[in-house]
Design a protein. Structure first.
Length: 234
């Protein structure tokens, strides 16, 4: 695995939580954004907003199992297309609301096993980190198995230099994409979303020294917020 692949993403993009994405789509989404950044920095690249990946490269970089045949890889790309071509991002301040799509064209060359993706230059300008951004390892991100693990990883990486993140249970549920009414019950949210994600991060040691504290409200019965503590990154 290529270990030294890192990327920075604006916090307001991160906080949109990879909406409606499955693990493959989220991984490829990040890979494209990183590749475009490399294209822009490379004077030899002409079509800077176009990325081209062979199926074999995707399988290697996204750590896909050997059971990903040509047809299954093509099917996952098709699912990616259906998700991202309908995904837009909101950038709102007190005076302006702006909505922009991420990708403008996706070409799946099944015969030659090549994927070509064109990113919207306007979105990329918004994607570029400014003063507040999240820095993380792309290889660690893609190795995580579930979207819950990926979202928690990104959420904590936003605070990687402080080692401290407090979030309300309601905001945590929204960020994690736990929209099913089952997760209105905190016990279910903890058992099926929080703990599996935490356990994977701890097992892989991607967030060092990770601990969770449940903070209850005035009644002392209902958990209202979660406090994550971990070793700050220098």
């Amino acid at each position: 695995m290529e270990s030294k692949k890192y990327m920075s993403m604006r916090n307001d993009v991160v906080e949109m939580g990879f909406r409606n994405m499955d693990p493959f789509t989220a991984d490829l989404f990040c890979l494209v954004l990183r590749q475009v950044k490399k294209n822009i920095e490379d004077d030899q690249v002409i079509n800077k907003y176009v990325c081209e990946f062979s199926y074999s490269y995707l399988k290697r970089l996204l750590v896909l199992d050997n059971h990903y045949t040509k047809n299954k890889t093509s099917k996952k790309i098709d699912d990616f297309r259906k998700t991202v071509l309908t995904t837009y991002y909101e950038f709102i301040d007190e005076n302006t609301e702006r909505y922009t799509v991420v990708f403008t064209q996706i070409e799946n060359d099944k015969k030659n096993e090549i994927l070509r993706i064109k990113i919207n230059p306007d979105f990329y300008e918004f994607f570029l980190p400014r003063s507040k951004f999240t820095y993380f390892s792309l290889m660690e991100f893609v190795s995580l198995k579930t979207m819950y693990s990926k979202r928690l990883f990104i959420m904590l990486k936003q605070f990687r230099t402080t080692g401290y993140r407090r979030i309300s249970v309601e905001a945590f549920r929204e960020f994690m994409g736990a929209d099913d009414k089952t997760y209105d019950d905190y016990a279910q949210l903890k058992r099926r979303v929080l703990l599996p994600a935490v356990n994977e991060l701890v097992e892989k040691n991607y967030i060092k020294g990770l601990q969770i504290e449940e903070i209850k409200g005035n009644s002392g019965k209902k958990v209202e917020s979660l406090l994550f503590r971990f070793t700050p990154e220098v």
